[in-house]
Design a protein around this ligand. Sequence first.
Ligand SMILES: Nc1ncnc2c1ncn2[C@@H]1O[C@H](COP(=O)(O)OP(=O)(O)OP(=O)(O)O)[C@@H](O)[C@H]1O
Ligand SMILES: [Mg+2]
Length: 397
Amino acid sequence: MAPVGYRGCSVVTTVTIRAYAADTGSGLVDVLDALKVHSASLFGHAEIAFEPVAIFDRPFSTVARLRIVPHEAAPFYAFTKIYKERPPRPYETARTTAEVVEQEFAATLRLHTALSGRPGFASPRPIARFPEHGAIITGELTGRPLDRVLRRARGVSTPLLQSVATRIAAWLRAYQTSAATGETSCWSRDEGRAYLDDRLRYITPGFLAPEQRARALALFDALAGQVTGDEPLVPIHADLCPSNILVLPGGGVAVLDFATAQHGTRFHDLAHLYMHLELCRNRWRQRIGISQVQEALLAGFAHEPAMRDPLFRLMLLQHVVCHVTQVADSGGWRPRAAVRALVRWRWEVLMRMPALGGATFAMDGRHQCPSDASTRSSGAEASAISPISSTASPSRD
Ligand SMILES: Nc1ncnc2c1ncn2[C@@H]1O[C@H](COP(=O)(O)OP(=O)(O)OP(=O)(O)O)[C@@H](O)[C@H]1O
Ligand SMILES: [Mg+2]
């Protein structure tokens, strides 16, 4: 079977696959050996062939599609993800690849158990993990990554994408209530501010102007001041973005990649995906109705408009800061000036989202001071927030 292309990867030839598989540096040989050693306990038979049919070199991992041929039974496909070692950034909590693998496997297993049999939701079946090789293996799900669907959206109707968005919102609600996790903590304003400030401090020299950092913190304070009551923490995916969502043939959805699954607020994942949809609009010059897809996502998640909720807006702000920090760090071979321009452009585009104050935070620093009676913030910081219309925002597509 010909391998299909995956995000950020070209289709590889058999020759390349053999070369990769032979290269011990990728870790694939070790993983294939470990699968063979454990095939009796994993698959109930020792005589099983494992054949890599596609390999994708990704920034933080090597992903291989495996053809698994059991003895006298029909072959099936699985994916192995082998994490690359990388030093943690100064603003990150250090985790070993073994810890990441264990955590991802546990979250994938919990979800698979909780969602099995629920129509419209599929979830990857965890097959094995080899923490010592930084590897996890999951059964293949048939579907197309949402980022590819959006990128090649010609021929895909907006109503179809809206129904996918509604399904993702339903998935999110099911995930958040998927299991009693024993988590009793609530969202902490101080921790949220420290998280934001760590990243802002890291990128301010060279990427953002000090006034931009100050304005982002002022916006945080204004929004945090409006969050009333305790916000309990729920299970979150923490990297819910189009490339981690598969659109299944019948219109259902599956979510992949639980490497960062943890606990957070109920709006964490929703705001993260909302921001990534915003990036799709700007990155690929989409002519499909991204605004309608975003609205379907929010409406599918909550009856009350999430856009008006200060916690949703706060999560959005947090994700924007986190995203531009990652962009600033992902320079690689690119000249620093190019990375800087990219960071500034992304910042400008994202901070212009209506939920973050529209044009208020544009790079030129000009500051609108809307007087919004419905915005219950106080003092000078209140002027950092522009009003959110109670009606649906006009389409920006
Ligand atoms: N079980 C699976 N079924 C179908 N496709 C899969 C499966 N596992 C991985 N894939 C494909 O491989 C791609 C990469 O997998 P994954 O998201 O787990 O790793 P990653 O993207 O390298 O991690 P990161 O999000 O840090 O970049 C997915 O976008 C998807 O296209
Ligand atoms: Mg991924």
